[in-house]
Design a protein around this ligand. Structure first.
Ligand code: UDP
Ligand code: MG
Length: 321
């Protein structure tokens, strides 16, 4: 019985040792075989060497170094592909995903749950703007998309091997992990927790990155925005028939000249806005089709430590050490 912890890291030299100590001193995890798969997402600080040091003394610490920063989503996917555990838990290295919760999730798994989600009951450690926008995102995503995601659940969850094996067969290159991890379904159980502050270092996700992730999430799991464009188009065309007819009738039969400038400007600006938004929505999808058809790999591995490679695994392009 092996538990895999999948930990993407990017410039995390301040947090790795604390994280490692927390895992290895956790009372529950000490009784289990626990592999820690660090996916180093192109860090430019001491992250790689600190983890490499750990791999020398602990053969269950595994390290995959990417050739550059590919982003958290590809790093997490790569960690899942290389995990060997009967159960797999993706988590952040900054201890914002509390390690003590793994025992609670594990007990649910023993009772038969194949997927146990860790839900942030209290997000008071997040900035208010992040809380509000996150809330909007979950609502919007679930209205638009057929495959629902649980509100306030990040990547932190416990997955049975069956679920992981399904997730890693998904082919897309544009990754939105929250959505992909929920896609197989499997009636998840939920455990709540209070999200603590980051132990050290700074967040790697600024506003723009989060906005892009949100757009990724919606466009990857729903085509409803495309339909909305057609619905709005139809509605406006329909209304314009009435409006146009009214103007013609007023002019022909009642000789009322409609003062043109204000109404023309309003319609023009409004229609211009709608058209640009629609082109933008189309662009989001076309751009994603473009990256998908190019079929480039999701990430490039530079080197790895304590990773057993089978023939189907991606081979590192070069090895160090
Ligand atoms: N991370 C990563 N690649 C990136 C950005 C972040 O692997 O390009 C990792 C980071 O090291 C951390 C996790 O993803 O382990 C979550 O990042 P962070 O704590 O900055 O996000 P937040 O908790 O603020 O949403
Ligand atoms: Mg964090």
């Amino acid at each position: 019985m092996l538990i895999s912890l999948v930990v993407p890291v990017f410039n995390e030299q301040e947090t790795i040792n604390t994280f490692y100590q927390a895992v290895r001193s956790d009372h529950f995890l000490q009784q289990k075989d626990v592999e820690i798969i660090f996916v180093n997402d192109g860090s430019c600080d001491e992250t790689a060497s600190i983890i490499q040091q750990l791999t020398l003394t602990d053969s269950l610490v595994r390290l995959i170094n990417f050739s550059r920063n590919f982003g958290k989503e590809p790093a997490l996917f790569c960690g899942l592909e290389h995990s060997r555990g009967d159960i797999v838990v993706p988590l952040d290295v900054d201890l914002q995903d509390p390690i003590e919760l793994i025992e609670t999730m594990y007990l649910k798994w023993e009772e038969g749950a194949e997927l146990v989600l860790a839900k942030r009951g209290d997000r008071s450690s997040d900035h208010w703007l992040k809380r509000v926008t996150a809330n909007w995102f979950y609502k919007l995503h679930n209205v638009l998309s057929h495959s629902k995601i649980e509100e306030n659940v990040g990547d932190f969850r416990l997955m049975d091997r069956r679920v992981v094996d399904i997730v890693i067969t998904l082919q897309e290159k544009n990754l939105f992990m929250k959505g992909l991890l929920s896609w197989p379904g499997f009636n998840p159980e939920i455990v709540e927790y209070k999200r603590p502050e980051r132990i050290a270092g700074t967040t790697k996700f600024n506003g723009l990155k989060l906005l892009n992730l949100a757009i990724e999430g919606i466009t990857n799991f729903s085509t409803t925005p495309l339909k909305l464009a057609s619905y709005i188009g139809f509605a406006i065309s329909f209304l314009s028939i009435f409006y146009g007819s009214t103007i013609i009738i007023q002019k022909l039969f009642f000789s009322i000249d409609v003062p043109g400038y204000a109404s023309l400007m309003t319609v023009m600006v409004f229609m211009g806005g709608i058209q640009l938004i629609t082109i933008g929505i189309l662009g989001e999808y076309v751009g994603r089709i473009y990256t998908e058809v190019k079929g480039r790999p999701r990430y490039v591995i530079h080197s790895q430590k304590n990773i057993e490679t089978s023939q189907s695994d991606p081979q590192p392009i070069s090895k160090i050490g």
